[in-house]
Design a binder for this molecule. Sequence first.
Ligand code: ADP
Ligand code: MG
Length: 623
Amino acid sequence: MNQTSKVYVNVLGIASAVGLLFWLIDGYFEFIFFHQNLTFLVLEGPETLMESLVFQVPMHSLFVRLSFVVACVICGFIVAVFLSRRKKTEALLKENEQKFRALIRTIPDLIWLKDQNGIYLACNSRFEHFFGAKEKDIIGKTDYDFLDKDLADSFRKHDAIVMAKGKPSINEEEIIFADDGHREILETIKTAMYSNDGQLAGVLGIGRNITERINLQAQFIQSQKMESVGRLAGGVAHDYNNISSIIMGYTELALEKIEQSDPLYDYLMEIYTASKRSTDITRQLLAFARQQTIAPIVLDLNDTIEKTLKMLCRLIGEDIDIKWFPKAELWPIKIDPSQINQILVNLCVNARDAIANVGKVSFETKNISFDEAYCADHVGFIAGEYVLLAVSDDGSGMSPKTLDKIFEPFFTTKGIGKGTGLGLSTVYGIVKQNNGFINVYSEPEKGTTFKIYLPRHFGDIGLTTHEDDLEIPLSRGELVLLVEDDPSILKLGERILTVLGYNILSTTHPTEAIQLANESPGTIDLLITDVVMPEMNGRELSEQLLSHHPNLKVLFMSGYTANVIAHRGVLEDGVHFISKPFSKKDLAVKAREVLDDTKGYENFSAHQKSLNQGDKETSEDSF
Ligand code: ADP
Ligand code: MG
């Protein structure tokens, strides 16, 4: 039975009972009158109580009693209608209140009400959760009970403006929690609140936590900035490389022609050292711009670090204690080992500079994986399996302002002549080029930890090693075809190769190179070609020559990574490459290596196809 029917049954029941009660009372009194022999009043009256109540009710009494019962039932009906309506309204109100409460509870924003004096009247569970207090402990208090005075003052001021204007107002409010000092940013909409009679009653506040959005925005802006700075740096480094090649190469040749006793010898030495230094700077810029050409190999990070540790100890000095915490069974990674050295050296030099007197630097490695859920909650993390390299120091640490800028090239807090501001930008570029990511944790006066995540390598684990040749290898009478569109570099190359004993054919035009090769009486052993040339790129030239001279070996040279021979700066196996600027020794070693490589051509031609395809996908430059 529903609520309304229940009301009807109950009320009508009571009304009928009242009617019947009247009937009984009336009958009873009538009987008493007859019992006392008042028969003169009624000629034919009932003789027993039962007759008076039921069997012998006189007509006039029957009429009166029935009328009363009917009247009672009608009244009962009216009352039942009224009551059931009231019940319905009450139920509706209750339902609405529950819906309203559920709505307020479910809204993912913070909601609160304050009176005109800033005293909290109500708040929702989000608000409770955000401030870590229950509603009962919040109601009756003001912001001054929870927050520091300056912040509470600013909230109070904002509330007052809203009440004075009578219009909603949007604001961004930064809240620093006193207990642990963490910072959250709320976007708030405050509205003046009025009572039913139109009197100002206080302020309704709705707040949304936008901390994560603000952090993501900042990260996005930062990465865009790094990208444009990277493009600029890469472009400058590219042009500068050609000039450095010429200065370094000719100085080297000139140094060989004069005696050490000659007064010009020292001058030339100075030029040579300076050009080497400028080459180092362009290398770092190219690393940052992710245009450093690299030859990655599969390696064990622990082994690579262990080989470098001794050198790092010397670099850091005796006052700083080096701690090494390698985790066993590290996953393999694929990276150019020289880049690991670049990372370690740069981080160590910075740690040394950050430690005033005595301190410690620790290196740690371990395997680590992040899933999508973890990355959704942690800004700056990318899902996947990684090998972590953490470098920590207990030095000066950094302020948040410095931290924002450390990866930008030329940002330094060190004095003139002390810092170049290229260390961390190099590290950043290297990590990005290898599809990893880097996070920094630092606190002033406490220290700094750099965490570098390099992706796990799946596939062959053919660990390779590098050798250091000390001798300058000479020619065995081979014939070299040299193609370079910049005449000064062409001339320099000719001179170096001649000194090394090679026979040379040279040209600035690829088409002329094909002609020279076809007309040459002797077999050409090695093609050394620039990659980016106006008429035809180096790869196209090599392909054309290889179709007629299948035993030809090829060495590419370029100032930066061209996608013609590499994917995102990573050389394919079997492709030989020398980066400009190069020294005489670099070219001698590389030329010999290519000429002595027996399987180079097969590998190279096997990769032509994949490069052709890859080029279409990455025809834009690789940054
Ligand atoms: P440089 O070392 O030439 O200044 P980097 O790019 O290597 O350039 O570093 C940029 C800046 O970052 C430094 O000038 C320094 O302020 C800060 N920095 C880097 N590493 C640390 C560290 N371990 N501790 C404190 N500050 C550091
Ligand atoms: Mg540095």
